[in-house]
Design a protein around this ligand. Structure first.
Ligand code: PMP
Ligand code: GLU
Length: 395
């Protein structure tokens, strides 16, 4: 009989934890399945269903026999639709034949990009706070993350100085996300220009995660750093349909970038995923080429929910919630309640059955915060505020 203790696993998984967002979502799901009345504001998964014309396109594709492997890079019509969208909406021209890779979810594209770019010991600059999967993807490739604070209070001069402090001879990539998960921060053109100058002068890649680009609630445009002069050469644009088109479960994402990077990513992708699902790609074409009314409708609903949730949270003693400009998360500071964010989140779930993500999961800048997804119904959000108020009142 094999002695299990002597069966070895790779060193790279030793320090790795499960995604904290996925872990809280799974915990909430289990409690719900056990009949508990959980209010689940943990994951960024829209409560809306996918638009009918998109679902119909995928169903028709299945019926029409699109049940086979597709070109590893993606169907040519989908690549064209992505290139068209990126050029016309984001002002960045990438070649559909050479500079795009379609993947099962944007997360897979991120992982594959890190594998293609990062050598052991290389460094990535991340803006803090940031989404939970950037650091693990860099670290799984053997890289190291260096954090630079970025929020509403960061001036251009401070941003410049902090980037200079963070860079080393091993820096390979900067990862930015606008609008930001978890803070909702939306980068301005002037701020992106600072990053563009920085990556161009140090000859680095910037991975620009634009998955929340449609979800901006203020009079502020989404700017892609790839649209700045000369920047397509340095920029990898990460995007997908999970958030903009309520298609999380479809797993549809892509990355646009210089051929040099995409061709290496394609090799990895051809061994790891082969291709994104064929009928999902057909649905994606319908989502990109069809009416965008439904997205506009969802954005309107998210804005109302954001306003109501922030107002409700700000009435609770010890909680301060800045109104997020974009994405669909509230990220209030809860440290004045006397609890750490980890204790706050775990006790809130145990005692009041409200699932939220602890802020420290999003890097040093998230400590003392919790993240609540408002991609949830008005009733759920109102109920969450009532339960959080009750929870805080007895601390
Ligand atoms: N980037 C950010 C900032 C996200 O919040 C998510 C959410 N999962 C993703 C990328 C990846 O999305 P998906 O894999 O569903 O396309
Ligand atoms: N992006 C969402 C979130 O931050 C979904 C879960 C995940 O992929 O991390 O909650």
């Amino acid at each position: 009989m094999a002695d299990e203790d002597n069966l070895q696993l790779a060193d790279r998984v030793k320090g790795l934890s499960e995604s904290p967002t996925i872990a809280v979502m799974d915990k909430a799901r289990k409690l719900k399945a056990a009949g508990q009345p959980v209010v689940d504001l943990s994951g960024g998964d829209p409560d809306f269903v996918t638009a009918p014309h998109v679902t119909e396109a995928a169903i028709s594709a299945l019926k029409d026999g699109f049940t086979h492997y597709t070109p590893s890079r993606g169907f040519p019509e989908l690549l064209k639709a992505i290139a068209y969208k990126t050029e016309h909406e984001n002002g960045a021209a990438y070649d559909a034949k050479k500079e795009i890779l379609v993947t099962p979810g944007a997360k897979t594209a991120l992982y594959t990009a890190a594998q293609a770019i990062i050598n052991p010991g290389d460094e990535a600059i991340l803006f803090d706070p940031c989404w939970v999967s950037y650091a693990p993807c860099i670290e799984l490739a053997g890289g190291k993350c260096v954090y630079v604070t970025m929020d509403n209070h960061t001036t251009l001069a401070v941003l410049k100085a902090n980037l200079q402090k963070a860079v080393s001879g091993r820096t390979r990539i900067v990862i930015l996300n606008t609008p930001n998960n978890p803070s909702g921060f939306v980068w301005s053109k002037e701020q992106l220009e600072v990053v563009a100058d920085f990556v161009q002068s140090h000859n680095l890649y910037v991975l620009s995660d634009e998955i929340y680009e449609k979800l901006i609630f203020e009079d502020q445009p989404h700017v892609s750093i790839a649209s700045l002069p000369g920047m397509t050469r340095n920029t990898l644009v990460l995007n997908g349909l999970s958030k903009s088109h309520a298609m999380t479960g479809w797993r549809m994402g892509w990355l646009l970038g210089p051929e040099k990077v995409i061709s290496e990513m394609l090799k990895i992708h051809s061994h790891s995923s082969t291709c994104a699902a064929s009928f999902v790609q057909k649905g994606a074409i319908a989502a990109l080429e069809g009416s965008q009314e439904y997205t506009n409708y969802m954005v309107g609903r998210y804005k109302t929910r954001r306003d109501n949730l922030a107002a409700g949270l700000n009435k609770i003693p010890g909680i301060h919630c800045e109104v997020p400009a974009g994405a669909f998360y509230a990220f209030p500071e809860i440290s004045h309640t006397g609890l750490s964010d980890m204790d706050f989140a775990s006790r809130l779930l145990e005692e009041e059955l409200v699932a939220v993500t602890p802020g420290s999961a999003f890097g040093p800048g998230g400590v003392g915060h919790i993240r609540l997804s408002f991609a949830n119904s008005d009733e759920m959000l109102a109920e969450a505020v009532i339960r959080i108020e009750k929870f805080v009142s007895i601390l």
